[in-house]
Design a protein around this ligand. Structure first.
Ligand code: THU
Length: 150
């Protein structure tokens, strides 16, 4: 069951990566956020000529969920990434797991939502798959709860 949910999210993330704006790294990433009502919200990485301003796919998807009023309703996230083809396809055998900054942003949703979040990562070639809990990727996290925000 968990693997089925993960595959659905990774497929949605792959579709989202078609819209990656990654002319600098040529590395496309897609993320798909599952809400508790079954809706899926997606995002793709969004680079900038001032490289350090680039946004990861996970951050874009989480901010989009927030903009729709659903930041507290997130139950799972799927992530996929790889070398970006001209047609938006992804290539590669490595898993992309959320970067450190994204883990901190995911933790914001964990604490405000009051539940751990499942994170599914799939390789572009479809050969590799992994499941993590957000708390596993960012243990002993500092977050809104430490500032009295719920
Ligand atoms: N990237 C993501 O979108 N998510 C991650 O978890 C890792 C990295 C993006 C940032 C940049 O646009 C490209 O991948 C190469 O680092």
């Amino acid at each position: 069951m968990r693997e089925v949910a993960g595959r659905v999210l990774i497929d949605a993330a792959r579709d989202a990566a078609v819209h990656a704006h990654a002319p600098y790294s040529h590395f496309g990433v897609g993320a798909a956020v599952l809400l508790e009502d079954g809706q899926i919200v997606t995002g793709a990485n969004f680079e900038n000529a001032s490289y350090g301003l680039s946004l990861c796919a996970e951050t874009v998807a989480l901010a989009t969920a927030n903009s729709q009023g659903h930041f507290r309703d997130i139950v799972a996230i799927g992530v996929i990434g790889g070398k970006l083809g001209k047609d938006g396809s992804l290539a590669g055998s490595a898993l992309v797991t959320p970067c450190g900054r994204c883990r901190q942003i995911i933790n914001e949703a964990v604490q405000l939502g009051g539940r751990d979040i499942d994170i599914y990562c799939g390789s572009a070639d479809g050969e590799d798959f992994a499941h993590f809990q957000a708390s596993e990727l960012l243990p002993h996290a500092f977050g809104p709860a430490d500032l009295g925000i719920r």
